[in-house]
Design a protein around this ligand. Structure first.
Ligand code: NAD
Length: 143
């Protein structure tokens, strides 16, 4: 495997399924070592978490000759952001990029949305990006 991300380490959040999975596979194909973060939630963020989606993507990347490690933290928690970045440091000794993909979809008709549903999706998107950007930036500043 040789590509434009050779030697780089990339975190992809929500990489167990959908768009994130595609980006993780592509990053690995281009030579990056990938932290496949996914809490394994349902599409609306409800239900029991599962490690299966992240584990499956890691297995797929490794079978294709790439490097990847699974991480099951929720991006919604500020403390998790530090743990996700630490996972990259522990396994690959550096971090070069974060793809803030993880998110949930609660596109119910407006008058049927509960207050938590209305606030959860935008909050998750804002907090996930800010938390990991802060963790990643402070880590790179210390390096
Ligand atoms: N698919 C679309 O048409 C579309 C359009 C616009 C925006 N988006 C956004 O793009 C992103 C990916 O969409 P998708 O269709 O691939 O979604 P998807 O549901 O197929 O995959 C999202 C993944 O994120 C994971 N996830 C959810 N909450 C998480 C959390 N707190 N921490 C870690 N992982 C978490 C889920 O377990 C899931 O595997 C989402 O943010 C979505 O809102 C998608």
């Amino acid at each position: 495997m040789a590509g434009c991300l050779d030697g780089k380490v990339v975190v992809v959040t929500g990489a167990g399924r959908g768009i994130g999975r595609g980006m993780a596979m592509l990053a690995a194909k281009e030579g990056a070592s990938v932290v496949v973060n996914d809490l394994g939630a349902s599409v609306d963020g409800e239900g029991a978490a599962s490690q299966q989606p992240a584990d499956d993507v890691v297995e797929e990347i490794r079978k294709a000759g790439g490097k990847a490690v699974a991480n099951f933290e929720s991006v919604a928690e500020p403390k998790s952001a530090e743990k996700i970045v630490q996972c990259a440091m522990d396994n690959f000794k550096r971090i070069d990029g974060v793809i803030n993909n993880a998110g949930i979809l609660r596109d119910r008709i407006f008058h049927r949305m509960s207050v938590p549903s209305t606030s959860a999706a935008p909050l998750l998107i804002i907090s996930r990006s800010r938390s990991r950007a802060r963790s990643c930036t402070s880590r790179r500043r210390r390096a």
